[in-house]
Design a protein around this ligand. Structure first.
Ligand SMILES: [Zn+2]
Length: 448
């Protein structure tokens, strides 16, 4: 079956190539460039950046103005180090300057990438064919580190911004040719988990990809239902993967997990290799900086992810900040690839609470904290800019004043003596994008 699907994938690539998407050729370039020496990769990236800056200066009204205000010309940019001469680009600025960020000379087919975001207000970014090709090729390379080859079969547990919506005939044909199947993430439940497992088994799919939380949910449901599903690798994306999630996924599917990082605006930013020491940046496509207070942080320190898409000429995105926090690895990866390594994606800045002494505390500890408090069904902690906490709780049947005291004590233990307000609510509502958040923090944003 796999041999047939390899032929099918080749055919699908020919169709793509005929439509102007040479993904296979680009992927094979990336397969070789990953082994270049770091200096050679850096030179290549610097060259791409110089070209992008020249293009932005000549054709993009927003960047023309920004550079003129700062008395800069493309000659002031030799490489990635010079990026600091340009301001960072926030989501709001992209929204405000949407049309002024579009390149005037861009001809040919354009595509729109839309992202939900936690505020629920969608953000749109225009891309061209070139962007899509390099991004797809980087995906292919990243997944190859887990042993995936076109034709291996991939189940995509997707929905929302990752999902295909209604499948077009092209997608259906592609799915048939390549062995890629779509499983709707939001419809997954205890009742239908068996159908999901059967579909994966019947199509002899050996790889699974999805949002971290939905893959974890699938794993949990499979265990609860006493089902078995063995895979070769699982790809998680879009959300921080916590150690307990990784462990459950590994044990359920009997295979390693490969995390990937990207955002709707800029895909395929970094992928985990077989050494599992962090995520290698797709350096031929993107520049990643980690900033704190506008300065680049040292390796090992957490900073705000700042991305420059080297392959989007339709709407150049330079030094874009998406609220994620990450740190660079202090040691190179033992796999020998020349691509730089991110040690960890820590999550969004609004997932971090700031303790009384200024320490950053990941909000992921909140659900663990309340595992044993059966009188409180749900908790949400909101932190204002001045670090004041509002604790929202949903009472369970076994609620008591003792439990309330315990909640306050636990939070004080981790966060120190911050001002706290307790509120009881009938339920905790999801954000407009549908995520149920344990922590909403406006304090961490002030630090970065
Ligand atoms: Zn590696």
């Amino acid at each position: 079956m796999e041999a047939w699907r390899a032929v099918g994938s080749w055919l699908a690539d020919v169709f793509l190539w005929l439509r102007g998407f040479p993904v296979r050729r680009t992927a094979s370039f990336l397969m070789s460039s990953q082994w270049w020496e770091p200096e050679e990769l850096k030179r290549y990236q610097d060259e791409l950046l110089r070209r992008l800056i020249r293009h932005a200066y000549d054709n993009v009204p927003y960047y023309r103005e920004v550079m003129q205000q700062r008395k800069l010309t493309p000659a002031d940019f030799n490489g990635v180090e010079d990026l600091v001469k340009l301001p960072v680009l926030s989501k709001d600025e992209v929204r405000k300057n949407y049309h002024r960020l579009e390149a005037r000379d861009c001809r040919g087919e354009r595509f729109i990438r839309t992202t939900g975001g936690t505020t629920g207000e969608p953000l749109r970014v225009v891309t061209d064919k070139h962007t899509g090709v390099w991004s797809a090729a980087a995906f292919r390379r990243g997944y190859s580190w887990a042993g995936y080859r076109p034709g291996s079969g991939l189940a995509k547990l997707t929905g929302g911004s990752l999902g295909p919506g209604k499948e077009t005939w092209r997608q259906r044909l592609r799915s048939w040719l390549t062995g890629e199947i779509f499983l709707p993430a939001f419809e997954l439940s205890r009742e239908n988990v068996k159908l999901y497992v059967e579909k994966i088994k019947n199509r002899r799919v050996r790889f699974l990809r999805g949002y971290t939380s939905t893959v974890y949910q699938l794993a949990t449901l499979i265990r609860e239902a006493g089902l078995r599903l063995t895979l070769e690798a699982v790809f998680t994306t879009a959300e921080t993967i916590h150690p307990f999630q990784r462990q459950t996924i590994i044990e359920t599917f009997g295979c390693p997990v490969f995390d990937g990082y990207g955002c709707g605006e800029i895909n395929s930013v970094a992928f985990e290799c077989e050494e599992h020491r962090g995520l290698h940046i797709s350096q031929e496509n993107v520049v990643v900086e980690c900033l704190r207070g506008g300065e680049r942080v040292k390796a090992g320190e957490m900073g705000k992810v700042t991305l420059t898409d080297l392959r989007n000429y339709a709407m150049p995105i330079i030094r874009y900040q998406n609220d994620d926090l990450a740190s660079f690895a202090t040691e190179p990866c033992s796999c020998g690839r020349g691509l730089p390594l991110l040690e960890k994606i820590h999550g969004r800045s609004n997932d971090f609470l700031v303790a009384a002494d200024g320490r950053l505390v990941s909000g992921s500890f909140i659900p663990h904290l309340f595992r044993h408090t059966c009188g409180i069904r749900q908790v949400q902690v909101e932190q204002a800019e001045d670090r004041t906490l509002t604790i929202r709780m949903v009472k369970g049947p076994a609620w008591s004043l003792e439990e309330e005291k315990m909640v306050v004590q636990l939070l004080q233990k981790y966060l120190g003596g911050l001002e706290m307000h307790l509120e009881y609510v009938p339920e905790i509502l999801p954000t407009p994008s549908g995520k149920l958040k344990f922590v909403i923090s406006r304090a961490a944003e002030q630090i970065f």
